[in-house]
Each structure stands twice: as C-alpha cells, then as structure tokens.
Design a protein around this ligand. Structure first.
Ligand code: YH5
Length: 265
C-alpha cells in the first residue's frame, strides 16, 4: 500500500478550500510511479493525523479527497484506499470509486460504522489512544499488546454486528498513534500475536518517529530503516504494508519471497 497525502503543501495557499490543479498533477505523478513500482493499493488521506495535528472540517476534507479519488480511479486499476474517520467522506469516497476505508479511529466517530456497512467496502481498523492533537503527550498502558488487541477485536465485533462480513475487515496496531517508542517496539515484536487472530494485519511504520528515534535519523534518512521494518513485519505475517517507498519495499519483499522455503517464485 503506497501512501499519498493530499494535505495542501507549503507551495499552495493553505487557506484555499479546493485542491489546486498543481496538487492534483503532483498526486497523479506520484500515484503513477507507485503503480509502476507494483503497489497493490494506493492510500489517500486528506486529514493530517500526525502527532500534534489538529482536525480539519469535513467540507475541507471532502474537497481534498473526492477529486483525487475520482482522478485516480479514472486512470488506474489499482484499488484506492481512503484514510478517513468521517461518515460523509466514507460515503462520498465510495461513490467516487474507493475500494477500502482506512480509519485510524476504527469507526468510532458517529455514523462511521453504519456508513461503511452501507457501502459494502472493506475496512481497516486502526488502534489509536486519544486524538492526534494529544496522543503523544503521555501514552499509557498496563499491557500495550493486550489492550491494543482487545480494542481491535472489540471494534471488529461491532463491525460484524453491523453486517460487515469478516473477510472485509483488517486490523492495524497503529504504530505511533498514542505510543512511546517502547510501546511501538513491544507491539512490533508481537505482530505474530495479531496475525494469530486470523484477521489480516496491516502494518504502517514507514518513516515514523520511533524509527527516527531508534536510529537517530531525520524523516528523509529513514528509508533503510523503514524498508527493514516492513520486511520484518512481512516475515512476521503482516498482510498489507503501508509505505512511502513502494519500489524499495517491493524489492525487499521480492528477495524475501525468493528465500522463503516452499516458495517457487
Ligand atoms: C498506519 O500506521 N498511519 S498517517 C508521522 C510520520 C511519518 C508517517 C515523520 N495512516 C497509519 O503515516 N493508516 C497513518 O513522521 C495510517 N496505519 C494505517 N492503517 C501517519 C503517518 C506518519 C506520521
């Protein structure tokens, strides 16, 4: 899964509501390269959920996301995933051709669960402690693995009760979402325990702060660290890897598949 952020960048006038032509071209260019590199899914998000980020309004999120989903589905056969927590965006993204809803709030916002159930789309449920604005202030757990796992399985049960079939649900421990480096490491070492639930597991660690902290590197120097962690996650049984660097990650995965027992690729 390749990551495309559609938050307006420093070149566009951040106050403007509509995605500019330039933004759209840059997004399509990026998506084209991810498709060429072998991305199986393209994940687009209009709301920044980075630590310390504040919420944007639903209108602004719709204005950022919908034109991009329409443009991508018109040009590529690769499934488009939409990173959102809002029921309005879920509905509009589905109409625009999205193939997956990826929610860092695991459908806890009012109406989100019902919206996904109605669209018949698959969903990825992500664990997050608190909200992006405050989640890194003082993350606290008694047993991070047990708590994250029981939260995800409880949210999965809500989905099943709402009529979402089990084969359309993925779970994600949510690296960096209300977790210290130690919590992240604890979860990473326990990926196999999530895999053992037999629910497909999505892992997103690409360029995240804990990799930077462990290696003492800035975001643009985290490529090797990110690919290494993606490979380790794949080896532990993760089904989907959410990454910025699709080409490099695919190379690592190809080598993994060549070296695995019983593999005939
Ligand atoms: C995720 O893990 N993460 S948005 C801070 C960074 C780098 C990257 C430089 N959406 C996930 O990617 N969806 C995000 O520091 C996600 N799993 C799923 N399913 C945060 C992000 C990032 C934040």
């Amino acid at each position: 899964m390749g990551i495309i952020n559609i938050t307006p960048d420093s070149f566009s006038d951040g106050g403007e509501l509509y995605t500019t032509r330039l933004d759209l071209d840059k997004t399509l260019f990026k998506a084209h390269h991810m498709v060429e590199a072998g991305a199986g899914i393209i994940d687009v998000g209009g709301e920044s959920t980075r630590p310390g980020a504040f919420e944007i309004g639903v209108e602004e999120e719709l204005n950022r996301v919908v034109p991009v989903v329409e443009a991508l589905t018109a040009r590529f056969d690769t499934p488009i995933s939409v990173d959102t927590s809002s029921s309005e965006v879920i509905r509009e993204a589905a109409s625009a051709g999205a193939s997956l809803i990826n929610d860092v709030r695991a459908l806890r916002r009012p109406g989100a669960l019902e919206a996904v159930a109605k669209t018949n789309l698959p969903v990825c449920l992500v664990h997050m402690q608190n909200e992006p604005a405050s989640m890194q202030v003082a993350p606290t757990y008694k047993n991070v693995v047990a708590e994250v796992k029981s939260f995800l399985l409880a949210q999965r049960n809500r989905c099943l009760l709402a009529g979402i079939p089990s084969h359309k649900i993925l779970i994600d421990p949510g690296f960096g979402f209300g977790k210290t480096t130690e919590h992240n490491l604890c979860l990473f070492k326990s990926i196999d325990q999530f895999v053992e639930t037999n629910v497909p597991v999505l892992i997103g660690v690409s360029r995240k702060r804990f990799i930077g902290e462990l290696l003492n590197e800035a975001p643009d120097q985290r490529l090797i660290g990110s690919v290494t962690m993606a490979l380790l996650a794949a080896q532990a049984g993760a089904s989907v890897l959410r990454v910025h660097d699709v080409k490099e990650t695919k190379q690592a995965l190809r080598l993994l598949s060549y070296t695995e027992k019983l593999s005939d690729t």
